[in-house]
Design a binder for this molecule. Structure first.
Ligand SMILES: Cc1ncc(COP(=O)(O)O)c(C=O)c1O
Length: 478
């Protein structure tokens, strides 16, 4: 299959998009002496923002970033940086209308990054900026889904993804998983034995929604072999893989059982060494152009930027772009300019990798700290876990069959009882049942999702103590 081989999967909505007439006319502005009376772009003298200053953390001081004496580095933009030759991107351009793909300046940097990290093995791949993976998935599903369709996913998956698909008339169907995520054999069996009559007449699914790294909610990370096996099944059944991978760069050091932080040393560690520590993405093995990968700055720079990007074949990206032209119109100019200053003009690719190495070590430490707290404070005869290797979440399994009233209460009642007792004790965790992918399926285990990302370490310890107390009380272990 060539990289255009997925086009027959597009739905009527996507196929009928003809492009935005006004945005298409923009290209004639590249001609030097053209005066535009054509588009409603306000003059920048009517933008009340004259300059933008961002203080950013110095990369050589990340481990002691609370030391105010080392200060922050100021990144400065004005409206005239382009005409004066100080920069190739400024407030005048960033704060005006642009294309649904985002500004050419930041898009070039993002595309270079995608090449350095994923290097997709076919010619005509492209990137397009998004306003984050939430929106990217919404727009991607709207390219492919028809009412009545099923989307395949892990048995437990990101609840917002399921909720995005439902109003489009599409349901998720969970595939059996283990600690590495989806089982290739189960995926194959589901497809091989697909019977429309057993699924309200639905056609055989062709969309695979995957969170391969630090999966939300289970924390599962697919090994390289697992990814290769799933990709092979995708080839056999001609699937499109929607690779939702916001935690890709939160792959952590192996659990070393010692909660002492290892620190990133910008002086001694090559930033590019990061690339040899991370598991290759689906995009990087996508010889067929069947992967639509969604990256986000949310977890690695900040969520409020609302900025990410999709990478896929030129044909799919073009569909995405002409939708963006008439919907999001690309990410906020402030966000794009702030990122451009940081990534292109200040850090460069190497500096960004240094930052990501720093995050890797921070999250490794936080994960280890939380797991150690679980070992100390949770009743291990009823709670078990596989240590997360990426992402922000640890998944805890609770053996509800040991509940004193297990014979008379339902699993859901017990899940709820524990959850409310936790809130009563002062700890909020996420209930596993919120993440069940398949509607009306009998799930048989209780899980809770806890994060090591959101609280200071001493609060994490206290929260785990409280959750342990809640469990002991409910299971009458004290
Ligand atoms: C799997 C997954 N996809 C997408 C998102 C949202 O990402 P964004 O902030 O880029 O919209 C999250 C964050 O919670 C997530 O866990």
């Amino acid at each position: 299959m060539g990289s255009g081989g997925t086009l027959y999967r597009l739905n009527a909505e996507s196929l009928s998009r003809e492009g935005c007439t006004l945005k298409a006319a923009f290209k004639h502005l590249q001609k030097a002496d053209v005066i535009s009376l054509g588009g409603g772009l306000p003059l920048s003298e009517y933008f009340p923002f004259e300059a933008m200053e961002h203080g950013v953390l110095p990369l050589d001081n990340l481990n002691e970033n609370k030391d105010a004496s080392k200060g922050s580095i100021g990144l400065h933009s004005t409206k005239t940086d382009m005409v004066s030759g100080r920069s190739i991107y400024d407030l005048t351009v960033a704060l005006n209308y642009s294309q649904g793909s985002g500004s050419a300046q930041l898009l070039r940097w993002i595309t270079e990054h995608a090449e350095l990290v994923h290097n997709p093995p076919y010619e005509d791949w492209q990137c397009n900026m998004t306003i984050g993976n939430t929106s990217a998935l919404d727009m991607a599903l709207r390219m492919f889904v028809q009412r009545g369709d099923y989307v395949l996913s892990d048995d437990y998956t990101f609840s917002s993804a399921v909720e995005t698909a439902l109003p489009m008339g599409a349901r998720f169907l969970g595939v059996e998983m283990d600690t590495e995520g989806m089982l290739p054999q189960s995926l194959h069996d589901t497809l091989q034995n697909w019977d429309p009559a057993a699924h309200d007449g639905a056609r055989k699914p062709f969309l695979l929604y995957s969170i391969p790294t630090g999966q939300n909610p289970t924390g599962a990370t697919q090994s390289l072999q697992r990814r290769k096996d799933i990709y092979r099944v995708a080839q056999e059944h001609d699937l499109i893989i929607l690779e939702d991978d916001p935690y890709y760069f939160l792959q952590m050091d192996r659990f070393y059982g010692d909660a002492k932080p290892s620190q990133f040393d910008a002086g001694s560690q090559s930033p590019e060494s990061l690339l040899s520590m991370i598991i290759p993405s689906y995009l990087s093995m996508d010889t067929d152009g069947r992967v639509m990968r969604m990256d986000s700055f949310s977890k690695i720079v900040s969520p409020g930027l609302r900025l990410g990007w999709v990478t896929a074949s030129q044909q799919l990206v073009e569909r995405y772009k002409i939708h963006a032209d008439v919907s999001t119109q690309g990410p906020s100019g402030f966000s794009q300019l702030a990122l451009f200053k940081l990534l292109d003009e200040h850090w460069g690719h190497s500096g960004f990798f240094s930052w990501l190495l720093h995050l890797r070590q921070q999250y490794s430490h936080r994960r280890t700290f939380l797991v150690k707290a679980c070992e100390r404070h949770l009743p291990k005869d009823i709670v078990s876990w596989a240590v997360a290797e990426a992402g922000m979440f640890q998944w805890l399994k609770v053996d509800w069959r040991k509940h004193p009233d297990a014979a008379s209460k339902s699993m859901t009642e017990i899940e709820e009882e524990i959850w409310f007792e936790g809130i009563g004790q002062g700890v909020l965790v996420a209930r596993g049942s919120w993440f069940q992918a398949t509607e009306n399926k009998l799930y048989t285990d209780i899980f809770y999702r806890v994060t090591f990302a959101a609280a200071p370490l001493d609060k994490i310890e206290e929260a785990v103590v409280r959750f342990g107390e809640a469990l002991r009380k409910i299971f009458k272990l004290q």
